[in-house]
Design a protein around this ligand. Structure first.
Ligand SMILES: N[C@@H](CCC(=O)N[C@@H](CS)C(=O)NCC(=O)O)C(=O)O
Length: 215
């Protein structure tokens, strides 16, 4: 059974924005049971964890003699070794992988920049001046994504690892108000969140946060 790592006490207070969520979701989609090793911030920076993850972060994935870091690589590995997250047709499969990369390298950066500012820079004197620019960068991507999605349920045919990755990236905007401006994107995110595998993954990470809050 694979073992993944996750925050012992996630700073997002159980909202499921930490990147172990996408790995949990992928494992739930394909029906692969898994163990979770919880880490404190201090433990993540220790040599034992850095041997698995050079940047001292979560998530990692260990299965037999394979150790992986980077959530995208982990989800791709899961998708390649189980049915259900990548189409069989070679071209459709390549396009699903392209959507995974798009989620991580084109859509996630402006969203992370905005959410980090909203979390850590609210009391800075320049916050009010910086916020509109950060929001605009996100709006550009949301508009482009909305035009591509059109009336479809998913980005390219059936639900794939590309959608899984995109939905986890977009969910970070849930408290920003920006998704309200794009009802089709909000509905797309809600469709992902309504999947039973998503719900199971979400509840599992929430249980960790609730246990940490009680102790
Ligand atoms: N690109 C990496 C990012 C990993 C990452 O930023 N992990 C965060 C949690 S979501 C983390 O460990 N933060 C603590 C730190 O960097 O010290 C991935 O997708 O796995």
């Amino acid at each position: 059974m694979p073992t993944i790592t996750a925050f012992e006490a996630s700073p997002d207070r159980g909202k499921g924005h930490a990147r172990d969520m996408r790995v949990r979701w992928a494992l739930e989609e394909v029906g692969q049971p898994y163990d979770v090793r919880l880490l404190s911030f201090a433990a993540m920076k220790q040599p034992a964890h850095r041997a698995l993850h050079p940047f001292g972060q979560i998530p990692t994935y260990e299965d037999g003699d394979l150790t992986l870091f980077e959530s995208g690589a982990i989800v791709l590995h899961i998708a390649e070794h189980h049915d259900g997250l990548l189409p069989k047709d070679a071209n459709a499969r390549a396009r699903a992988v392209a959507w995974m990369f798009a989620a991580l390298s084109t859509v996630e950066p402006p969203i992370v920049e905005l959410s980090m500012a909203m979390m850590f820079e609210r009391d800075r004197s320049w916050y009010a001046e910086r916020l509109p620019g950060l929001q605009e960068h996100v709006r550009i991507r949301l508009g482009e994504l909305s035009r591509r999605l059109g009336k479809a349920d998913w980005l390219d045919g059936a639900f794939s690892a590309g959608d899984l990755m995109m939905v986890t990236v977009l969910r970070r905007l849930n408290t920003s108000g920006l998704l309200d401006e794009y009802p089709d994107i909000a509905a797309y995110v809600a469709r992902g969140e309504a999947r039973p595998a998503f719900r199971r993954a979400f509840e599992a990470q929430l249980a960790v946060f609730n246990a940490a809050s009680r102790s």
